[in-house]
Design a protein around this ligand. Structure first.
Ligand code: ATP
Ligand code: MG
Length: 529
């Protein structure tokens, strides 16, 4: 018997402290529940799922946009000890089939927007015995599925009679699939409770905070950094079904939103919209962002039109995701940095080719390793990948991030690129992100991805896949030369013109597909040097 709480306990603690404070506000369905009301519904759903045969350890998959239903499901699973397995709602049938089968899910929850994809996958989903459909005023459940709200009605309000331990599995969270097929990250209750505390501390969350969820809850960034931390603290969660900048700004005013997480691209859209409206967003006290550093111009716009203070998080699904934070006071002086290790975290930068790992000098680029109390147990069914990623040294487990970066003289981490994307040309390292930044500065370049191509003389040569509007390779090459920002070995030798770049469903470019020649290249593509 342990005294360490589980994710289900974090909700019950909050109910004990603040039963009457607002927990969930879901304007799309006019739902507003206090913590006591939310918890009662969580119990109902958990008991109803148990009545349907879901037991501790069973995987419950969701293919859902944001909604109160997602919040109910994750806590219901936590109380049952069932394994919450959220899928990206943009996945096509083939990807749903891959993940649901890999996870061996028992039950799938879906909705009108994801019905077509789920039905496309359904004939192949052999492990699934139950389907639950978000039925509401607009939609009836298909005949093979149970309606979510019918199910909710059917369950008892008692606390489910299941003993869940701190080291039981809480979720399988699949990675984004940027560098290959998504991997199932196995997270335990204890590590996620630790992660809650981290986010509460780094954002100075209080019970008076009101958060707005506009980023997808299927991704651990919104789920853990926003919803979980706020529920643990007793703050309020306003949930938007999907991201709409205007609606988000109106919600900030209507609900007195104080804290918001968004990717830099979404912050950009919010600040541009805010500049053109007179919606009152003065309640917003802090903005969180991650996935990439905030470009200077976007940060300035956000400061002008939204709020003063921002926190950046760097990390990945495997560590919960946040492991490095850049607090508000460092945003301007350390622009471009990801910040300093989070509380209880250690960061090392090592020579990626040395075994055992040897730390590199200050300012030198190497692979980023993180030691975190929020680290995954393993990748589901992938012992080799787990062994590569989690390695023991100096009495701790280090997670090998696969990201390259360096620490400056003050210890601040700068993320440079992904290790697998680095190009070695004539013995020199080329970091594609640096080359892409130069190309992006050209007005006619809409998208750019720089990769290495095998070359007899140089080992690899630098080539660029670009989506452009009326510019040829010679002009791009001239622009690169004139920018005077790239050494000659970093200069793209060939420009491949494409209509679009291969992306995962979250919009990240999948360079492995370019390296495997999967892009549809325009015959106008040219070699310039
Ligand atoms: P897969 O592991 O399946 O290839 P993925 O790595 O894109 O997908 P995530 O866990 O969602 O899946 O993303 C984590 C990655 O995002 C990190 O490894 C890093 O490359 C990038 N990242 C996250 N936060 C930041 C940040 N603040 N600055 C720069 N890069 C970041
Ligand atoms: Mg990854």
């Amino acid at each position: 018997m342990s005294q360490h709480p589980t994710i289900g306990d974090t909700l019950e603690q909050t109910v004990d402290r603040y039963p009457d404070r607002d927990a969930i506000v879901y304007p799309r369905k006019d739902q507003r529940w206090t913590y006591a009301e939310f918890d009662e519904r969580v119990n109902r759903l958990a008991n109803a799922l148990a009545d349907r045969g879901i037991e501790k350890g069973d995987r419950v998959a969701t293919v859902l946009h944001n909604g109160s239903e997602m919040a109910l499901t994750v806590y219901a699973c936590a109380k049952l000890g069932a394994v919450f397995t959220p899928l990206n709602f943009r996945l096509p049938a083939g990807e749903i089939e891959y993940i649901v089968t890999d996870a061996e899910a028992e039950l799938v929850l879906f909705e009108s927007e994801t019905r077509e994809a789920v039905e496309g996958a359904r004939p192949s989903l052999e492990t699934v015995s139950e389907y639950v459909y978000i039925d509401d005023d607009r939609e009836e459940a298909p005949e093979y599925a149970t309606g979510f709200y019918d199910l909710l009605e059917s369950g008892s309000t008692d606390r489910p009679d299941v003993h869940v331990e701190e080291d039981d599995v809480y979720a399988f969270i699949y990675t984004s699939g940027t560098t290959g097929r998504p991997k199932g990250v196995v997270h335990e209750h204890r590590s996620m409770v630790e992660h809650n505390l981290l986010c509460i501390a780094e954002l100075d969350l209080t019970r008076d905070d009101v958060g707005l969820s506009i980023m997808p809850l299927y991704h651990c960034a919104e789920l853990h950094c926003s919803l979980f931390a706020r529920v643990h603290r007793g703050a309020t969660n306003v949930i938007h079904h999907e991201f709409d900048p205007e609606a988000a700004l109106e919600a900030i005013e209507a609900h007195g939103v104080t804290v918001l997480f968004a990717a830099p691209t979404a912050w950009n859209a919010l600040s541009l919209t805010a500049a053109e409206t007179d919606v009152d967003v003065s309640s917003l006290r802090i903005g969180l962002y991650g996935a990439a550093p905030m470009p200077e111009r976007v940060l300035e716009n956000c400061m002008d039109h939204l709020c003063e203070d921002y926190v950046q998080a760097y990390g990945m699904t495997e560590i919960g995701p946040a492991g490095v934070f850049q607090p508000p006071e460092d945003q301007v002086p350390k622009q471009g940095s990801a910040g300093l290790p989070a509380l209880n975290h250690r960061v090392r930068v090592v020579d990626p080719d040395a075994d055992p790992a040897a730390a590199v000098e200050t300012g030198e680029i190497g692979e980023i390793l993180i030691s975190s109390p929020c680290t995954m147990r393993e990748y589901w069914n992938r012992p080799e990948a787990t062994a590569r990623s989690l390695r023991e040294a100096d009495g701790t487990t280090w997670y090998y991030t696969g990201d390259l970066g360096y620490r400056d003289e003050d210890g601040y981490l700068f993320v440079v690129d992904r290790k697998d994307d680095m190009i070695v040309s004539g013995g020199e390292n080329v970091y594609p992100a640096e080359v892409e930044d130069v190309l992006f500065a050209h007005d006619a370049v809409e998208e750019a991805a720089v990769v290495g191509e095998p070359d007899e003389e140089w080992g690899e040569r630098v080539v660029a896949y670009v989506v452009v509007d009326g510019v040829d390779a010679a002009a791009l090459d001239e622009f690169v030369l004139e920018s005077d920002r790239l050494a000659d070995f970093k200069r793209p030798r060939t420009y491949y013109f494409v209509d679009e770049l291969p992306k995962n469903p979250s919009g990240k470019i999948q360079k492995f597909k370019l390296r495997e020649d999967e892009a549809d290249v325009d015959p106008e593509s040219e070699t310039v040097a």
